[in-house]
Write a protein that binds this ligand. Structure first.
Ligand code: NAP
Length: 337
C-alpha cells in the first residue's frame, strides 16, 4: 500500500510517495481502507515546518480520514468489517477537559497521519460516519468540522438570535456558518473576496464585510450590531486579527481562539479584554464525545459539508499548494482509494 511521507523540511514538493507493508491491527485496533482525506491549514504548516515541531522522518501527514473497516484487532467489539468510519484528530481524547496525553495523540503530528491507502488506528479514536454522507464529505469532519462545533457549543452553546462573527471562508469558518444556521444564530462574515462573501450569503450568512476593502472591519461589525458587538467570535486569524475581534465583541461576549492564519499583527491590549469582561478561550479541535454530538446534529439536519475541490491521491501536492494560495472555499479533499 502507498502512503505520502514527510521526509525533510523542504516543504510540499519534497513529500515522498512511498510503498509500505500493509499494516495489521493489533489488540484494540482496527485497520481502515482510507477512501478520502481532507486537508487542514495545520497539515500544510506541518509539511512546511516539521523540524520545529520535532517530527521524526518519515511522518505521514493529515489527521482527517474517512474509509471502511477492513480488519479488527483482538478485543474490539464496537466495529465490524465494512463499517464506514472516520478518524478522530486525537486518538486519546474520549471526553472531559483536554489533557497533555490527549494532545500527544494528535494524528499527523505527535502520531502518524492518515494520508495513506490503509491505516491502523486505536478503536477509541475511530468513529462512525453519519449515514447520509459520502466518504469525501465525511473526511471533512474530524478537524475543521469538530473545531467549529466546539467553538460554538462550549463552554455554552450559542443561543438562537445571537450574533457570531466568522473570519474568512476557510474550512472552519464555513462549517461554523452551517452550524450557526442549525442554531438559529445570525452571522457576520469577513473575507478578502466579494465572490466568496456571496457564496457565504448563499449558505445563510446574514451580513458580509470585505476585510481588504474595509480594513477597519471591527468598526463595521459594531455598526452592524448597533454599537453593541457580537456575542461570539470564531477567531481563526490570530495575531493579525485578535485585537479587532476584541473590539468587535460585546461586553461579556466570548472569543473562541482557534487559528493563527496571520503570524504577525498589531498589539493586543489586554485591558480591553478585562474591561469588557470578554472570555477568551483556546480551542484545540475536540473530544470523541463532542464528535458524536456533532454527528447527531449533522444527521438530524442532513447537513452537507462544503467540499469545493477534490484531488487525486497521486496529485496530493497540488492540494497543499492550492491551500497556500488561499483560493479555496470551505474544504479540499484528497480522494485516496
Ligand atoms: N485550534 C484548532 O483546533 C484548530 C483546528 C482547525 C484549524 N485551526 C487553525 O484555524 C485556522 C483556519 O484553519 P482552516 O483549516 O479553516 O484554514 P483554511 O481553510 O486554509 O482557511 C483559509 C482562509 O482564512 C481566511 N483568512 C486568512 N487570513 C485572514 C485574515 N487576516 N482575516 C480573515 N480571514 C483570513 C481566508 O479567507 P478568505 O479567502 O475568505 O479571505 C482564507 O481563505 C488555521 O490557522 C488553522 O491552523 C485550528
Amino acid at each position: 500500500m502507498r502512503a505520502w511521507e514527510i521526509v525533510s523540511g523542504d516543504g510540499v514538493d519534497a513529500l515522498n510517495l512511498a510503498d509500505r507493508p500493509m499494516p495489521e491491527p493489533g489488540p484494540g485496533q482496527v485497520a481502515i481502507k482510507v477512501h478520502a482525506s481532507s486537508i487542514n491549514y495545520r497539515d500544510l504548516t506541518t509539511i512546511e515546518d516539521p523540524i520545529s515541531r520535532g517530527l521524526p522522518f518519515p511522518t505521514v501527514p493529515n489527521s482527517d480520514a474517512a474509509g471502511e473497516v477492513t480488519a479488527i484487532g483482538a478485543g474490539v467489539t464496537k466495529f465490524q468489517i465494512g463499517d464506514k468510519v472516520m478518524s478522530c484528530f486525537f486518538e486519546d481524547w474520549a471526553g472531559g477537559p483536554i489533557s497533555k496525553a490527549a494532545m500527544d495523540s494528535a494524528l499527523g503530528g505527535a502520531r502518524q497521519g492518515v494520508l495513506a491507502e490503509q491505516v491502523v488506528l486505536d478503536a477509541g479514536g475511530v468513529i462512525s460516519m453519519p449515514g447520509h454522507l459520502s466518504f469525501t464529505e465525511a473526511a471533512t469532519l474530524p478537524c475543521a468540522g469538530l473545531t467549529a462545533w466546539h467553538a460554538l457549543t462550549r463552554p455554552a452553546p450559542i443561543k438562537p438570535g445571537e450574533t457570531v462573527l466568522l473570519l474568512g471562508t476557510g474550512g472552519v469558518s464555513v462549517f461554523a456558518q452551517q452550524f450557526c444556521n442549525i442554531m438559529g444564530a445570525r452571522t457576520i462574515v469577513t473575507s478578502s473576496s466579494d465572490e466568496k462573501l456571496e457564496r457565504m450569503r448563499d449558505l445563510g450568512a446574514s451580513d458580509l464585510v470585505n476585510y481588504r476593502t474595509t480594513p477597519d472591519w471591527d468598526a463595521r461589525v459594531l455598526e452592524l450590531t448597533d454599537g453593541v458587538g457580537v456575542d461570539r467570535v470564531v477567531e481563526v486569524g490570530g495575531p493579525g486579527t485578535l485585537q479587532r475581534s476584541i473590539n468587535a465583541v460585546r461586553v461579556g461576549g466570548a472569543i473562541s481562539l482557534i487559528g493563527v492564519l496571520t503570524d504577525a499583527g498589531g498589539e493586543i491590549v489586554p485591558t480591553n479584554l478585562m474591561r469588557k469582561s470578554i472570555s477568551l478561550r483556546g480551542i484545540y479541535v475536540g473530544s470523541y464525545d463532542m464528535f458524536e454530538e456533532m454527528n447527531r446534529a449533522i444527521a438530524v439536519h442532513g447537513l452537507q459539508p462544503v467540499v469545493s475541490e477534490t484531488f487525486a491521491f497521486d496529485d496530493a501536492k497540488s492540494a497543499y499548494h492550492r491551500m497556500r494560495g488561499a483560493g479555496h472555499f470551505g474544504k479540499m479533499v484528497i480522494n485516496v482509494n
